[in-house]
Design a binder for this molecule. Structure first.
Ligand SMILES: NC(=O)c1ccc[n+]([C@@H]2O[C@H](COP(=O)([O-])OP(=O)(O)OC[C@H]3O[C@@H](n4cnc5c(N)ncnc54)[C@H](O)[C@@H]3O)[C@@H](O)[C@H]2O)c1
Length: 342
């Protein structure tokens, strides 16, 4: 990375109008970096791009990406842009391989053409598949059980080979389940339709949807529902700053898990929302969804040791910030254009 004395690093944030990308842009701007977002707004929101320019376009558009990388004098790329739903990927693998593999490879090639050789990539715990032991450490075999995880694993492998052949320097951040919202309630999760459990539970608590569906109640877990490791989106954003610093310091490429090491079941999430809100959450038990593992919990010691990352938010903080954001969305926030509220 060109580390000019006193220079502000300019970061292209692919997918920066999305949930995790927008929180990362805020953290980047706070830390003194200049984010430049490229997003096609398929699942992202224009109102969420508040801390840097927005270039509306597809990361697979080679001419556009090379032009932006050059004219914006980009030092590094953070790549969030993807299709990101396990269930959808089981039904539509074509779309997942096209967007997550073909378009990501095109982005990598645009970077090489523009001589930008530092990349932080949004990977996922879904690259591991069914755990053979827990917690899941980075050395755990990667055997995805769905096309989404497979598509992310392919790009991890491509980055490794591009590193050896072309000098690409990369950090793959394998997130567990992103959750929570900006503590200042300026931005938060807003997907339509919403696939993630915490906003769904909250919308059921608020009476915005009739019930929340629990997929799988016969797993080998204490209450029969699937267990996930929920990590606050601000902790994730902070990890991206540390990953950029890691690359800027000339440190080695590598993959890091981002999670808390503590898992919560779906029923525990529902109970936590009921406690925080004082409202009953109507729920319905459903069959397991194909491709969903029973239990995913991170071993995140490596990110702590090497990046100096440690999550500061717990489940209470996740629930309280997400609840505040759901309330703000309901009040037709001026930052959210009409028609975007859920
Ligand atoms: N949310 C999670 O719990 C989670 C967990 C693990 C990994 N991830 C990964 O983190 C990243 C961000 O996830 P998110 O929850 O913020 O998703 P999101 O859907 O909110 O954000 C993705 C953004 O990328 C944009 N995008 C998608 N394809 C694009 C393309 N070809 N060109 C330009 N823009 C494109 C979308 O419009 C959206 O703004 C994804 O890569 C996802 O796979 C998310």
């Amino acid at each position: 990375m060109r580390l000019r004395e006193g220079a502000v690093l300019r970061i292209l944030v692919a997918g920066g109008a999305g949930y995790i990308g927008s929180h990362t842009c805020k953290a980047l701007a706070r830390a003194g970096y200049t984010p430049v977002v490229v997003d096609d707004l398929t699942t992202g929101n224009e109102w969420a791009v508040r801390w840097g320019a927005l270039v509306r376009g597809n990361i697979g558009d080679r001419d556009l990406m090379v032009r932006v990388l050059r004219t914006e004098k980009i030092d590094a790329v953070i790549h969030f842009a993807a299709s990101a739903y396990v269930g959808e990927s089981m039904a539509q693998p074509q779309n997942y391989f096209r967007n997550n593999v073909v378009n990501s490879l095109s982005l990598l090639d645009s970077m090489l053409e523009a001589d930008v050789k530092n990349l932080v990539f949004s990977s996922t715990c879904a690259t591991y598949g069914d755990p053979q032991h827990l917690p899941l450490e980075e050395s755990h075999p990667q055997c995805p059980t769905n096309p989404y995880g497979e598509s992310k694993l392919f790009i991890e492998k491509a980055m490794r080979w591009y590193g050896e052949a072309y000098g690409l320097r990369w950090v793959a951040l394998r997130y567990f389940n992103a959750a929570g919202a900006d503590v200042e309630t300026e931005i938060g999760e807003s997907h339509d339709p919403e696939p993630h459990i915490i906003p769904l539970v909250m919308q059921a608590a608020r009476g915005e949807r009739p019930e929340v569906q629990i997929f799988g109640t016969d797993y080998a877990t204490p209450d029969g529902t699937a267990i996930r490791d929920y990590i606050h989106v601000e902790d994730l954003a902070q990890a991206h700053i540390l990953a950029i610093q890691h690359l800027a310091n000339g440190a080695e490429s590598g993959a890091f898990n981002l999670g808390t090491g503590r898992g919560y079941s779906v029923r525990e999430i529902i109970a936590a929302v009921e406690k925080h809100s004082g409202k009953k959450v109507p729920s319905r038990d459903k069959a397991r969804r194909p491709g969903d593992p029973r239990l995913l919990v991170a071993g995140a010691e490596r990110a702590h040791q090497i990046l100096g990352w440690k999550p500061v938010h717990d489940l209470d903080s996740i629930i309280s910030t997400a609840w505040a954001w759901e309330g703000r969305k309901l009040k037709h926030s001026p930052s959210i254009p009409k028609g975007e509220e859920q």
